[in-house]
Design a binder for this molecule. Sequence first.
Ligand code: URP
Ligand code: ZN
Ligand code: ZN
Length: 472
Amino acid sequence: MSKKLITNGTIVTASEVYEGDVLIEGGKVSAIGKNLAREGAEVIDAKNHYLFPGGIDPHTHLEMPFGGTVTKDDFETGTIAAAFGGTTTIIDFCLTEKGKPLKEAIDVWHNKSKDKAVVDYSFHLMIGEINEEVLSQLPEVIEEEGITSFKVFMAYKDVFQADDETLYQTLIAAKELGALVMVHAENGDVIHYLTKKALEEGKTDPIFHALTRPPEAEGEATGRAAQLTHMADSQLYVVHVSCNEAVEKISEARRKGAEVYGETCPQYLVLDQSYMEKPDFEGAKYVWSPPLRDKSNQELLWRALKNGELQTIGSDQCSFDFKGQKDLGRGDFTKIPNGGPIIEDRFSLLYSEGVAKGRISLQKFVEVTSTNTARLFGLAPEKGTIAVGSDADIVIFNPDASRTISAKTHHMAVDYSAFEGMEVEGEIVSVLSRGDFIVKNKELTAVPGRGEFLKRKKFNTSERSEERFTVM
Ligand code: URP
Ligand code: ZN
Ligand code: ZN
């Protein structure tokens, strides 16, 4: 944790873009200015480079059992890929089992991650049922474990899906305890019926995954969750928003004063449903839930990010090999494990497709890839910005370079990339986490286990400032 001085960079935050030097001491930003004294410091020249706050990915599934298999990237390969991709903090989903102590599930996730992570990390906790037993454990989850967000699935019937009573009670408990409720918003019952019917009719190809999960099923569940949030006077975060039907429900709820936030993912901004029709079962590589949508949704999602109707970008990293995992669903699309590898490309895709193509500003890029996530999930002010006193989590980025995404060069453990051959503007050169280089000149310099578990602050509605509402 030596003293470092990054000189001549262009510092980008959610509100400013300016030239300056950044002094780092004790893992923190200790000064920002021009011509700062360099005695005793390692000097890094960042002329013609942007200095972005380290990315915060609020949505990952590392080493997670799902769809009859386990996601391929674990906390080591997944966080190494995150580091190469400019992400210095992740929040992973900790799965729980009905009838078992919540602490047991949290310990399982601690065991998966300790000694492995190279970036800082935290957990969201899945809530699959609510009863006196569960309610009595929640204060400890928040106060002792520092886990201040709960995830409720409205889909995956007979696997993760919870009913509306569970969602409503979780919203009430979260309001009382200071947590943010997250939902996977799709109508699981209707999807269950549609998938059964499709299989009966012999419709087994990957494209039927999309056709049995229509955008209306996402819009309906999003609207329902938003209404329940309004009724409970609580707070909600809708993960992986894929379509206009869901954005409209979030916007409507926000206009009516409900505290509802939304995340989208690069795959919905860049890919579309036609990828699922690729021959030779290749469409399986593009099976996500919610599914990829008609291309017309892409510009609407970009606009929602730009206007602040959606606040964050998650990767929904949930990786499976094509051979040996995705192909469990040959002949039955319902058996294709849902999800894809993207933790490494979240930041680059947003910059290239967003900033370089003029869809969003540099400040908005920082807001949605880092700052808003830190604020919503109790990580600010240490994370999510470059400011005196904040953690020195910094990405040194060359906007004049470009690279081609490929499974041959990525660091994720899987055998394909959903963005194979795509050229992206800009290149991540070096990444610092709490003042240490974890990637230096495109080489890994971190050892597994250096990443720290972050106990997060409560979601505190009393700090719900006008500024937070307008910025977001
Ligand atoms: O297809 C997806 N999204 N896989 C990950 C699990 C989830 O629903 O987020
Ligand atoms: Zn989901
Ligand atoms: Zn997910």
